[in-house]
Design a protein around this ligand. Structure first.
Ligand code: GLU
Length: 459
């Protein structure tokens, strides 16, 4: 029985608004959104903006807009900068309980300690030097004007273990972890405690994030326990449990690591490349799982197979070419109604159907549609072809199937067939050697324009 069983699922996506979302964190957002959908719960957007210097309102807006573009609508939004007094309250109870302590080392001193340990081949774990200070020594530091930063005191006797939704049974020896700094000397917060406080107070049941957070989870599990023990948080005992945790393998580029490019590849760049949000969602939903990436535009369909047990531990490879393939397949499955508001003026359902198989993405639609509206490129023809095209202009009739009628008539009258019959006609009518089905295109070009194009080429 899972600890959070019986509670409404609440997941959260918690970006820091210090930049734009990239495919890596979009993937985390998506999986949290899917998990909430799948379990009939809620998906929260939590803006981790405790760093006032680096957090920017424009990024908050961009995050909201990106999620909306991708079809992920949060059921609520929270902001850490509006909850500072909650972190103060948690801090106070933890301090009272002896679970946070002041430390006075400078960054240089800490770095030196690290180097010494590493030099001896030991893990660079904080030595808890600050705990050895007497009250007088602390008072002396403060008299010198040195303000402390604050660390969370891990309980070395409390083994840390959890059943990870992706990684399975996971455990950490707390002695092998440094007591994390949770608050800077200026009173500002580091990520660790506010996140745990929020997860408690927002009733988060599932934390699904990248595996770079595994050791944070170990620390935060002790924070949840310490907070509950100190009387902070949930009203009922049943709720006094930490969320389920799942850590997904990181996203890497085809070259095998999270490249700079991938780390900054976001919605704007993808939109510029005419990637549909459905394509990105379809790909990210399954990347790194045992399920195949398929061009599934309907997120309800993707949800049917969404299951953390399909997530693998190997890094998930993000391949642009694969995204483009998925995108093309999704575009090819769009009905007219799906795209009607994005088509060039005058392009109707028949136009979309004619052009659709030829486009790799929506950015190519206008280009193909120009074959209908013109102007088209005027190609050079041999004298023989010119005569043939002049004849075609004469033979053109306008019924249900002008292309069928034209080609049959010309086949009959000229004896031409195959490429010799079709190619000069296509070239004269579109200025191109290949393109949409002529049977669909010719009625869209229209009789008068078609005749004109044939005549021009036949001269
Ligand atoms: N703001 C944190 C990050 O972006 C959130 C991590 C978490 O999901 O707890 O890494």
């Amino acid at each position: 029985m899972l600890a959070t069983a019986g509670r409404m699922t609440i997941t959260r996506f918690a970006p820091s608004p210090t930049g734009r979302l990239h495919v890596g964190n979009i993937r985390t957002a998506l999986h949290n959104w899917m998990l909430a959908q799948k379990l009939g719960g809620k998906f929260l957007l939590r803006i981790d903006d405790t760093d006032p210097e680096r957090s920017k309102e424009e990024y908050v807006e961009a995050i909201r807009a990106d999620l909306a573009w991708l079809g992920m609508h949060p059921d609520g939004e929270e902001r850490q900068s509006l909850r500072l007094e909650r972190y103060d309250a948690a801090f106070d109870v933890l301090k009272e309980a002896g679970r946070v302590y002041p430390a006075y080392e400078t960054a240089q001193e800490l770095e030196l300690k690290r180097k010494v340990l590493l030099g001896r081949g030991l893990p660079p774990i904080y030595d808890r030097g600050a705990l050895d200070l007497s009250d007088e020594e602390r008072a002396a530091k403060e008299a010198e004007g040195i303000q402390p930063h604050w660390r969370f005191k891990l309980d070395h006797d409390e083994a840390i273990a959890w059943e990870d939704g992706v990684r399975g049974a996971s455990k950490f020896d707390p002695k092998l972890l440094s007591d994390p700094v949770i608050r800077r000397a200026d009173g500002s917060w580091l990520y660790m405690l506010p996140s745990a406080v929020d997860d408690v107070e927002m009733g988060v049941t599932h934390v699904l994030r990248g595996e770079d957070h595994v050791s944070n989870t170990a620390v935060q599990i002790q924070m949840f326990t310490a907070l509950y023990a100190a009387g902070f948080g949930a009203a009922s005992d049943a709720q006094k449990t930490h969320p389920e945790f799942a850590h997904e393998a990181l996203l890497v580029g085809t070259e095998g690591k999270l490249s700079k490019r991938l780390g900054s590849l976001g919605c704007d760049a993808l939109r510029d490349k005419h990637i549909e949000p459905e394509a990105l969602v379809a790909m990210l939903a399954r990347l790194g799982t045992s399920l195949p990436v398929e061009p599934i535009a309907d997120s309800a369909k993707l949800l049917e197979t969404f299951d953390l047990s399909t997530f693998g531990r190997a890094p998930a490879k993000f391949d642009d070419a694969e995204l483009e393939r998925v995108n093309t397949a999704i575009v090819h499955a769009f009905d007219y109604a799906d795209v009607s508001d994005r088509l060039p003026t005058g392009m109707d359902e028949a136009g979309w159907h004619a052009v659709r198989p030829n486009v790799a993405n929506m950015g190519e639609v206008a280009e193909w549609w120009r074959l209908v509206t013109g102007p088209i490129e005027q190609l050079e023809f041999s004298d023989e072809d010119k005569a043939f095209l002049a004849q075609a202009a004469e033979a053109l009739t306008w019924g249900d199937d002008p292309w069928g009628a034209l080609t049959s008539a010309l086949k009959e009258s000229t004896g031409r067939k195959g490429k010799a019959l079709f190619l000069p006609l296509r070239q004269a009518l579109t200025g191109m050697n290949h393109g949409p089905d002529m049977g669909e295109l010719l009625p869209l070009i229209g009789e008068e324009e078609a005749r004109k194009r044939l005549q021009c080429s036949g001269q």
